[in-house]
Ligand binder design. Structure first.
Ligand code: ATP
Ligand code: MN
Length: 463
């Protein structure tokens, strides 16, 4: 009897005629009194292996526990399969049931379940075909991101998750404290005395690693961060999570155009990587979730993104004659309906929008000579809206300090950040890509809660 386990992904590529052993979870069991077929999946691929049990060798009793969801070890011979669906199957000789899954209570029976129901059992949904695909693709994309930057000589910089710089302005923050919330120490004026807190000051979970990333870039040249990011906004949309992962490259000596070139090349690389390395998972999602998925992915690899100023974008929207829910005027922060109109209706391809009004963008973005706009660049994608937000950074100390004053950003808290401009400042740029927004595009899933294993959203932090 063979002792080592073969993964199903490898087994399906092997030649028949050898003894094999597999371990996995039952997807389906069917048959009659002569023969039983078990479809077994071990998570290594979307495909199952068919286990054929000759009922002269097994009793019904022996297979009673091998129902949907049960965990098995199967030993037998790899033989050619007469079925059209697979080249090989396993003629079972021995089956050990590690764990049963009582059909009366196991929630994942054969029938299709709604995404909403699966969210309620997020601890079990990785065992479905759809979530198996999504999670394998999520892994492949994480690997491809590191590979892309490593091949280009970028340094992976680990920026802190707990931070005391509360003023980046990217979003509302979750406070981190060990103070007794029922009885916090107070100052004379009645406010909370944070000097008695764990860090001796008020701290929060980070909304972005960018400020620390800039310090890295101004020493190492080109860096990227890839880590969890937290926003305490009460936005209940299919595109917002309270805890999401962000990739933030930051590059010394890049201007806004170099920044756009990198961002476009990076996204195309990741899409191409998925097409090349996740073909069977994408095919499944194309069949079951979104019939135009693969076509859309292929088209993004082969077209140039549109590059357009915010001002021209506003012109197109106002001249469109389209009735938007939110009014369009120069200075407005674009809503996703506006972004999607430009991408899906007007240009029918990804758009990089640049040179936004300075009032609606962060203090660190470099001012243009017009004194009204900043060198921002947002990449807008079909079905998603904003997937990347970035800019050239203001490298001039005096202008940066003036902008911080104008925008009420505390200089005292960010004195360390200003040192990049005090000592050896230079042009630099960077951007942030939301990992889950990327995954929405690559998988064709429509709700961001379904591309992360355990979503955190307002009023929901189960599992
Ligand atoms: P939006 O306008 O879509 O709320 P933002 O402008 O607040 O996004 P940035 O601060 O520019 O976002 O963050 C950079 C990137 O991080 C965005 O382009 C997006 O891909 C992603 N992102 C931002 N907020 C979230 C969120 N709450 N959940 C998931 N991804 C997010
Ligand atoms: Mn943004």
């Amino acid at each position: 009897m063979i002792k080592s386990r073969t993964k199903i992904v490898d087994l399906l590529k092997m030649q028949a005629g050898i003894p094999v052993m597999v371990k996995g979870w039952v997807r389906t069991k069917r048959g009659n009194k002569n023969i039983t077929f078990i479809a077994l999946n071990d998570g290594s691929t979307i495909h199952n292996v068919q286990i054929v049990c000759d009922m002269n060798l097994f009793t019904e009793d022996m297979l009673r526990g091998a129902t949907t969801g049960a965990c098995l070890r199967v030993s037998g011979q790899l033989v050619p399969s007469p079925g059209a669906e697979q080249a090989v199957e396993i003629k079972a000789e021995e089956i050990e049931i590690y764990g049963t899954a009582d059909p009366a209570v196991y929630p994942l029976q054969k029938k299709g379940h709604s995404m909403e129901f699966l969210r309620e059992i997020a601890h079990l949904r990785p065992r479905t075909n759809t979530f198996g695909c999504v999670l394998r693709i999520r892994h492949a994309m994480a690997y491809a991101i590191h590979k892309y930057f490593n091949d280009k000589g970028f340094v992976y910089l680990h920026t802190p998750i707990i931070t005391a710089s509360d003023c980046e302005g990217a979003g509302a923050m979750f406070q981190v404290t060990t103070l007794d919330l029922n009885n916090p120490p107070k100052e004379k004026d009645g406010s909370v005395d944070y000097t008695q807190d764990f860090f001796g000051r008020q701290t929060s979970l980070t909304v972005s690693g960018q400020l620390e990333g800039e310090l890295g870039a101004m020493a190492l040249g080109e860096i990227y961060t890839f880590g969890p990011t937290f926003r305490a906004e009460n936005s209940n949309t299919p595109r917002h999570l309270a805890e999401f992962w962000m990739i933030e490259p930051e590059m010394a000596f890049y201007d806004i155009n170099d920044n756009m070139d990198l961002a476009e090349d990076f996204i195309k690389y990741l899409v191409r990587y998925a097409l090349e390395h996740c073909a069977s998972d994408l095919q499944f999602l194309n069949n079951m979730i979104d019939k135009s998925l693969i076509e859309r992915l292929e088209s993004v690899c082969n077209i140039d993104f549109v590059r357009l100023t915010y001002t021209k974008g506003i012109e197109i929207l106002t001249n469109s004659g389209h009735q938007f829910e939110y009014p369009v005027y120069w200075g407005v922060d674009l809503q996703s309906e506006h972004e999607r109109y430009l991408v899906e209706k007007h240009f029918k391809r990804p758009v990089i929008l640049t040179d936004y009004p300075k009032e609606i963008k962060a203090f660190y973005m470099k001012e243009n000579r017009d004194g009204k706009t900043v060198r921002a660049m947002d990449i807008l994608f079909p079905k998603i809206g904003e997937i990347i937000g970035g800019s050239q950074r203001e490298e001039n100390l005096d202008i940066l300090v003036r902008k911080m004053k104008e925008m009420h950003v505390s200089e005292e808290n960010l004195d360390w950040y200003l040192d990049t401009r005090r000592f050896g400042t230079g042009p630099h740029s960077g951007f942030g890509l939301g990992f889950e927004r990327l995954l929405l595009f690559i998988t064709g899933m429509t709700n961001i809660r379904d591309v992360i294993p355990f979503p955190r959203t307002p009023k929901s932090a189960d599992f």
